[in-house]
Design a protein around this ligand. Structure first.
Ligand SMILES: [Zn+2]
Length: 137
């Protein structure tokens, strides 16, 4: 059967601060710039979830995108939307809430739950000009 990639885009807003407490205030300011703002700041994130696999001859689908939508809503958007990532999301207690780490978080939430095909790529847009990709390794 032919292979195909299916994608669903979801949106969430979240606040964060990039600050490594092991380093000096000056190092943090220099390294993280505006993302080191002491009182946090927000981003409008867009997350592209891509699932690849064989087309099911019975449905014509690789995976039902409404299932992707529901999984992302339950396990990503509900966990991150309108949250302060540093304070509200335990996964980030020991990790900097950078776009890279948020992409890994999204992967870990979604990959084991994809019912058909395989999670192939996560693309997380932190701004309309910046994105990170994660392939699970
Ligand atoms: Zn930021």
């Amino acid at each position: 059967m032919p292979h195909c990639t299916v994608a669903r885009r979801v949106h969430f807003n979240a606040a964060h601060r990039l600050h490594n407490p092991a380093r000096s205030a000056e190092w943090n300011r220099t390294t993280f710039g505006l993302c080191n703002n002491p009182n946090y700041h927000g981003h409008n994130y867009e997350l592209d979830i891509e699932v690849a696999g064989e087309i099911d001859p019975e449905t014509g689908y690789v995976v039902d995108v409404s299932v992707l939508k529901d999984l992302a809503g339950e396990h990503v958007v509900a966990a991150l939307d309108h949250k302060n990532l540093n304070l509200d999301v335990p996964w980030f207690r020991d990790r900097l809430p950078s776009a890279e780490n948020i992409a890994v978080f999204c992967w870990e939430q979604l990959a084991p739950r994809i019912p058909r095909g395989k999670l192939a790529r996560i693309r997380l847009w932190e701004t309309p000009r910046n994105y990170v990709e994660y392939h699970g390794g």
